[in-house]
Design a protein around this ligand. Structure first.
Ligand code: ZN
Length: 348
């Protein structure tokens, strides 16, 4: 039994619960809503009430990465074929990037050819809200997260069986939780946060962060350069400007960004320019890509602390800059050491 179903004391696999839950419902407790939860293995709960997430615009702006804020809170749309979840085909769960509510399972994901992640059904109709959208001279049905009212995308009636629907979503509105990883039960109103680090070969860096308590998910990829959807071979050529990087999703109630920075400094040599041990090239540079002004302040402060501590005898060359597009690396690079069953050693 998963942590989620275990916690809620219900049996997994109750596939009929969505229908039952969508019937006539009593009003939920004040400030709450009825939803169904799901874990990364597809086990779904019956109807449960959880608190709504209400924040001011300033609070959302401070809490979310810029792109997620633009989409969820400003009804933005990401460019077609550019979202990081478009080519995500691993089994798992997609939760709201604003409040953590489970929204779509990988079993309902399909390739629509439109350039946006597409699903034929949500985890539960309770978990989404539909609104009429008459912008852009069209009449469309907007999809929002029922818990935080975040804009997710639109739904169209040209999808595949069994529903005939196509939920057309923005990657930055969602967070992917791979199968087997625990889903934070969304009972708090603190959204998950994102961190991006480069510290040499991404295999080892990813392995260290993935096993850190409070880290919900990791992905390895390429960022900081200029070539969209670069391949490993292109990055290794040194002509893309990209660094090998690890994108981290973490629960700030369980681990702080400052603690992640500490792990970053402790697990590589930030004094070697464009090099980590035997790995030479600017793709192996030491870099912190920040997602908010708060992260930038913390990163600069931690770098200053490291310099003053004189832990490293040579000057620290770590770059600190704003996070840009992150291009997920080929699947064989994801959780490489776990797949190979070897200890993380390559990055030092
Ligand atoms: Zn939400």
């Amino acid at each position: 039994m998963s942590a989620l179903t275990g916690l809620l004391g219900i049996l997994p696999g109750c596939g009929q619960a969505d229908k039952a839950a969508s019937g006539t419902l009593p009003p939920p407790p004040k400030g709450s809503l009825w939803v169904q939860l799901e874990d990364s293995e597809g086990h779904r709960t019956g109807r449960v009430s959880i608190p709504k997430v209400l924040k001011t615009d300033d609070e959302w702006r401070a809490a979310l990465p810029l792109e997620s804020y633009r989409i969820l809170r400003r009804k933005g749309t990401e460019a077609a074929f550019c979202g990081i979840l478009l080519k995500q085909h691993e089994p798992g769960l997609y939760v709201c990037a604003g409040c953590g509510l489970p929204l779509f399972g990988s079993a309902a994901k399909f390739d629509s050819g439109t350039g946006w992640p597409s699903y034929y059904a949500p985890v539960s109709q309770l978990n989404i809200a539909e609104k009429t959208d008459i912008t852009l001279g069209m009449r469309r049905v907007e999809i929002q997260c029922a818990r935080c009212d975040g804009h997710l995308g639109h739904v169209f009636d040209d999808g595949p069986a069994p529903t005939g629907l196509r939920y057309c979503l923005n990657s930055a509105a969602l967070t992917f939780i791979p199968q087997g990883q625990s889903v934070p039960v969304p009972l708090s109103d603190t959204p998950l946060q994102q961190a991006t680090f480069s510290a040499g070969c991404f295999w080892g860096v990813e392995s260290i962060f993935r096993e850190t308590t409070g880290v919900v998910a990791t992905a390895v990829g390429y960022t900081g350069g200029h070539l969209e959807n670069a391949t490993y071979q292109q990055v290794c050529s040194g002509e893309t400007g990209h660094a090998e990087a690890v994108d981290i999703l973490f629960d700030p109630q369980r681990i702080s960004y400052a603690e992640l920075l500490k792990i970053f400094w402790e697990n590589h040599d930030p004094t070697t320019l464009n090099r980590q041990g035997p790995d030479v090239g600017d793709q192996y540079r030491s870099a912190i890509f920040v997602h908010s002004s708060e992260q930038q302040q913390l990163a600069l402060m931690s770098k200053e602390t490291m310099i003053k501590s004189k832990v490293f005898k040579r000057p620290i060359v770590t770059f600190i800059g704003t996070a840009g597009p992150f291009f997920r690396a080929e699947e064989y690079h994801q959780q490489y050491f776990k797949k190979k069953g070897v200890a993380p050693t390559c990055h030092r």
